[in-house]
Design a protein around this ligand. Structure first.
Ligand code: SF4
Ligand code: SF4
Length: 221
């Protein structure tokens, strides 16, 4: 009987807490609102469209605990959050920055990058990748490839929603899967993009790549 009383008392505490919280939320107009910054009423019938999910935060100003209702809500993704590498092409001219120099493949600790260098019809090497592969299952998201790339061509992306139901072919990303525009990179990494280091690097690598292409085409001519 002693044990029974303890259980009832415990439930009573929980019930009291529930009622007090509920009443307080009604009083404050929060009962039907999402926590974590979402000011809108809970929509029970329709979730937000892809890419328009509400970003929720829990900081010193947020009251109480809440559950992030993923995928309808998301926690913010910070600029330096990194998942898989991507290859950047320039919006202005569509130029793929990668010269297929192979440095990223050499420094990659688990050796999950490999590429095919482009060749001219005469068989001379052209500083462009004909294809470029990254095995997403092997990549350990270390970012070394991006650190070492001398052409500012490979960058770490923040997209973490990469799961699918297949474990082999679709997990090896090819050139077309990896290419992203410089506008996309600027939007996802605004601080890095406008920082003096990357601004200077962009100007430098554009000239360097141009010289290499000119040289390749000159050899070809
Ligand atoms: S991504 Fe950079 S390091 Fe890798 S092959 Fe291309 S230019 Fe070289
Ligand atoms: S992030 Fe690291 S493991 Fe992944 S491809 Fe780049 S160097 Fe390799």
């Amino acid at each position: 009987m002693t044990i029974g009383r303890g259980v009832i008392r415990g439930h009573a505490v929980t019930l009291r807490r529930f009622l007090v919280t509920f009443a307080r939320d009604f009083r404050d107009g929060l009962a039907l609102r999402r926590r974590g910054g979402g000011g809108l009423l809970v929509d029970l019938f329709r979730g937000p469209a892809r890419g328009e999910e509400r970003v929720v935060v829990q900081d010193a100003t947020t009251e109480g605990l809440f559950t992030v209702e993923y995928p309808d809500e998301r926690l913010p993704v910070y600029e330096r959050f990194r998942v898989l590498p991507v290859l950047v092409y320039d919006d202005e001219d569509g130029n793929v920055r990668c010269t297929s120099c192979n440095i990223c493949a050499k420094v990659c600790p688990p050796q999950c990058i490999w590429m095919v260098q482009a060749k001219s019809p005469k068989g001379t090497v052209v500083p462009l990748p004909e294809d470029f592969f990254i095995d997403m299952d092997v990549c350990m998201n270390c970012g070394l490839c991006a650190e070492y790339c001398p052409f500012d061509a490979i960058k770490m992306d923040q997209n973490f929603e990469l799961a699918n139901s297949e474990r082999h072919q679709t997990h090896v990303f090819g050139l077309q899967d990896l290419l992203v525009s410089s506008a996309y990179y600027a939007q996802t990494h605004p601080e890095a993009w406008s920082g003096p280091e990357e601004v200077a690097e962009r100007a430098k690598v554009a000239k360097k790549k141009d010289r290499r292409l000119q040289k390749a085409l000159g050899v070809e001519a």
